[in-house]
Each structure stands twice: as structure tokens, then as C-alpha cells.
Design a protein around this ligand. Structure first.
Ligand SMILES: Nc1ncnc2c1ncn2[C@@H]1O[C@H](COP(=O)(O)OP(=O)(O)OP(=O)(O)O)[C@@H](O)[C@H]1O
Ligand SMILES: [Mg+2]
Length: 271
């Protein structure tokens, strides 16, 4: 097991607890989608794994080694990269400078990795001398992810990468995430867009009130009527590729066929 986080208890103040026994496991090269209502503790779970919050109790093992007591920077050195939900780029720096900041752990690899990332994300190459503040929302999210890739992580933690993006930009970002996954990087991704996340992921995890309430194979979870009713808010939506438990949809078509849903629950269907 690449990551095994269990029994996590933590919060932001002395008295409060936000995670009440949360758990997250990720196998090598696996992609896990984390879904759940607003305030469930999804971001807090990623922060705990990345080392941004001190645990009251619980264990976090990376390739069998306990990491719950080491700093965020040490965890980054061991291969954990975290893209937070907000404030994930340096707005006053150029695109190139942002990537160089992402490479601070291994300066000798910086130049090579920056050029590889410019090849992978041509939009960043086009804008390399542009101040990051002037990028579009989608371009900023690509930049934030590219910064995280500067450390060549084995585990990428993504917190709501598609938040605030128009469907086209979100689709492009999800394609980029899928290709990073295909190349072997393990990913744990929190997403409000639960259907799209489950379509990309191998496994799903539902977090409610700081506790894991369901975990399973992503396609089965996307087809589970109770999960759909509670967490997808799209009960009567036909599954891409046929109705459950029919043939499982091809991953990319599952995303492509996600219907625009103007009358639906809006961008936050999990509330
Ligand atoms: N920096 C903080 N200080 C104090 N409380 C916080 C802080 N960040 C989050 N919280 C609280 O912790 C709880 C869980 O927040 P968290 O951001 O982990 O939820 P989430 O599942 O990511 O929600 P969302 O879907 O809205 O992003 C919330 O009640 C929130 O108010
Ligand atoms: Mg959050």
C-alpha cells in the first residue's frame, strides 16, 4: 500500500475535532476520488496527509513508513505533493517562476522538469513569461498542478481542481489529470463534481462528518442508487453507457456525456 492513513482525528482548535476517525488508502498508481458534503472534512483530510495539520491521533504510513510526525516538507521529499483548494499559485510571479518555486526541493532537476512540463502543458509554455495573476481559472489550476509535478511525486493530492471552472476548462483539466494517472502517479482527488471524479478514479471514498461512510470501486459507487441519491444529487440521470448494473462506461465517454444540468442542484450538488 502506497498510502495508509487510518483513525485520523484532528481539528483546527484545541477543543474541536473535524476528522473523527477518517481514513484514506491509496495503492501505488491508483486514483481515489473523495466525495462528500461541504464541511465534511475533505480538505482537512488532504491537509492532514500532506502534513499541514497536527493529528490528535491516527497513523499515516507511506510505503509502510510512519510519516504522521514528520513535517510537510519531509513528506514532500518522500513523494507527497499537495495542490490546495485555494491560494495554490504565486500570483505576482510569472508562470516560469512559479514552476521554479515548485522545484525548490531538487534545484538540479528544475530546468529539465520545467521543459518537460512545458511540453506536456503547451498553454503554460505560451504563457511562461506572463504573470500568473492574469491566467484564466483553468490555466491557474493547470499551473498549480504543474508546480506539484515539479517534485515528481508518487502521490498527488488534489483538492477540488475543477472548482469554479467552466465545463470546457474542467474537461481539459480532468483529461490532464487522467494522463498523469495513466503514467503511474497515484492520485487522491477531492471533487464536488462527483460523477466526473468517479468516472476518472479507480476507487471512491465518501466522507461525512469527518468519517468514512462508504468506500468502493469507483464505477460501482457511481452506479449505487443510494450514493447517487445522497451524494450525486442526480438520481434519475441515466448512467453513461447504460443503466446499472449494465456495461460500464468507457472512462472518457462517462465524462463527455455528463449532461449540462441547469435545473439541477448547481455546482454544489452535495449540500
Ligand atoms: N482553517 C480553519 N480554521 C478553523 N476551522 C476550519 C478551517 N478550515 C476548515 N475549518 C472547518 O473544518 C470543517 C471541515 O472543513 P473542510 O474544509 O475540511 O471541509 P470540506 O469537506 O473540504 O468542505 P468543502 O466541500 O466546502 O470544501 C468545517 O466546519 C470548516 O469550517
Ligand atoms: Mg474543501
Amino acid at each position: 500500500m502506497l498510502l495508509a492513513a487510518e483513525g485520523l482525528v484532528c481539528g483546527y482548535g484545541a477543543a474541536d475535532e473535524i476528522l473523527h476517525g477518517a481514513a484514506l488508502t491509496v495503492r501505488s498508481g491508483e486514483m481515489v476520488a473523495i466525495i462528500g458534503p461541504n464541511g465534511a472534512g475533505k480538505s482537512t483530510l488532504l491537509k492532514a496527509v500532506a502534513g499541514m495539520i497536527r493529528l490528535k491521533s491516527g497513523t499515516i504510513r507511506l510505503n509502510g513508513t510512519a510519516v504522521e510526525r514528520i513535517s510537510a516538507r519531509e513528506r514532500a521529499r518522500l513523494g507527497i505533493a499537495f495542490v490546495p483548494q485555494e491560494a495554490n499559485i504565486f500570483p505576482s510571479m510569472t508562470v516560469s517562476e512559479n514552476l521554479e518555486m515548485g522545484g525548490f526541493l531538487e534545484p538540479s532537476a528544475t530546468r529539465r522538469r520545467v521543459s518537460a512540463l512545458f511540453e506536456r502543458f503547451p498553454i503554460l509554455a505560451e504563457k511562461k513569461r506572463t504573470t500568473a495573476r492574469t491566467l484564466s481559472g483553468g490555466q491557474r489550476q493547470v499551473l498549480a498542478m504543474a508546480m506539484a509535478l515539479m517534485v515528481a511525486p508518487t502521490l498527488l493530492l488534489l483538492d477540488e481542481p475543477s472548482a469554479g471552472l467552466a465545463p470546457l476548462a474542467a474537461g481539459q483539466l480532468f483529461s490532464a489529470i487522467a494522463s498523469i494517472h495513466r503514467e503511474g502517479t497515484a492520485i487522491a482527488m477531492v471533487e464536488q463534481n462527483a460523477l466526473a471524479a468517479l468516472a476518472l478514479a479507480d476507487r471512491g471514498l465518501v466522507l461525512v462528518d469527518g468519517r468514512p461512510v462508504r468506500e468502493g470501486e469507483a464505477r460501482a459507487m457511481a452506479a449505487d442508487p443510494e450514493v447517487r441519491r445522497l451524494f450525486l444529487g442526480q438520481q434519475d440521470l441515466p448512467l453513461a453507457g447504460g443503466s446499472a448494473p449494465g456495461p460500464t462506461p468507457h472512462r472518457s465517454t462517462a465524462i463527455a456525456t455528463r449532461p449540462p444540468d441547469p435545473s439541477g442542484p448547481g455546482p454544489h450538488p452535495l449540500i
